[in-house]
Ligand binder design. Structure first.
Ligand SMILES: [Zn+2]
Length: 308
């Protein structure tokens, strides 16, 4: 018994898979993103494009790492930063090309802008030129943004790209345990029980130490805005990959009147023997039945009250 931790393994095949899929994504995505930023006129729309692009990159990186059986969150972060870093670099490198396309058309741009623009020195010169002249001065606008205000905009853009993709990648990659024996992800059975108890009940500490019988000492709290949910991760191929995830859920109504659920982990993926898992499933079935009866009684009481 113990809490699950990733083994940290990055399989060689998985690493190659990541490089093979994420490099073209960064190159093509970065070039396409740059075009969208050049040809879309409004700053707010540009920001939305940054957000969408970063979300897409983060989602793909998370999915690819999961498929590649990476068991290392640090690697997922590294893959995200590397992919976004390459895309970001390319987006700068091809920016002048897209601007010239806007002025001279595609053929004119191919004649005038070369691959040398992608080199760090040319890029540095280009960034310096933008700093001094501003982007929109090319079209003779009076409201040219240049100098430090332009740097602030670049900073907001970079922060949006890197932070959003980072969060999306980790969110997509998730927290599920990996079965090292069978070399596959476990599957998650969400909500095998929903208990009307508190997340800070002292009995959870005993459950965390592996004493499942403490579940029976949990105090019932019939408040309807909260419960504790039990999820079970199991390996489809063996009996050694069982892990239980226990989370406290609190519902709240936000300012716009929408119901939101707030999840806090109580026990994150405690390893279980198959015997313990069966014991837990039995307990869950009993509890679900008891809770259903309790709720039905409540409703009957309500109905009796309204009948009178
Ligand atoms: Zn297994």
């Amino acid at each position: 018994m113990g809490l699950y931790r990733h083994s940290g393994r990055v399989p060689v095949a998985g690493l190659l898979w990541c490089i093979l899929l994420l490099t073209p994504l960064a190159l093509i995505g970065g070039a396409a993103y740059s075009a969208a930023m050049v040809f879309l006129p409004f700053i707010k729309l540009k920001w939305l494009i940054s957000l969408l692009f970063a979300s897409a990159v983060g989602f793909v990186v998370g999915k690819v790492c999961e498929t590649a059986k990476i068991r290392n969150r640090g690697f997922v972060i590294l893959a995200t930063v590397a992919t976004m870093g390459l895309a970001y670099y390319v987006s700068w490198g091809v920016q002048r090309f897209w601007l010239v396309v806007g002025e001279l058309g595609l053929e004119g741009a191919i004649d005038n802008v070369g691959l040398a623009d992608l080199l760090p020195l040319s890029l540095a010169a280009w960034v310096t030129w933008l700093f001094e002249n501003g982007l929109w001065s090319m079209r003779g606008g009076a409201d040219t943004i240049k100098g430090w205000p332009l740097v602030v905009l670049w900073g907001i853009e970079a922060a949006t790209l890197f932070i959003t993709s980072w969060m999306l990648a980790l969110g997509t990659y998730g927290f599920r345990p990996f079965c090292e024996a069978c070399e596959r992800w476990t599957t998650l059975d969400v909500g095998i029980a929903e208990l009307p108890v508190d997340a800070d009940d002292p009995a959870w500490a005993e459950v965390r130490d592996g004493r499942l019988e403490a579940l029976r000492h949990l105090k019932i709290n019939p408040a309807e805005d909260r419960h504790v949910r039990i999820d079970l991760a199991t390996c489809p191929e063996c009996e050694t990959g069982d892990h239980v995830l226990i989370s406290g859920i609190v519902y709240a109504v936000d300012k716009e009147g929408n119901l939101t659920a707030n999840e806090t982990p109580i026990i994150e993926y405690l390893h279980m023997t198959r015997d313990k898992t069966n014991e837990l499933r039995e307990f869950a079935a009993e509890m679900n039945e008891a809770v259903a009866l309790m709720r039905a009684d409540d409703e009957e009481l309500h109905e009796d009250a309204t009948d009178e």
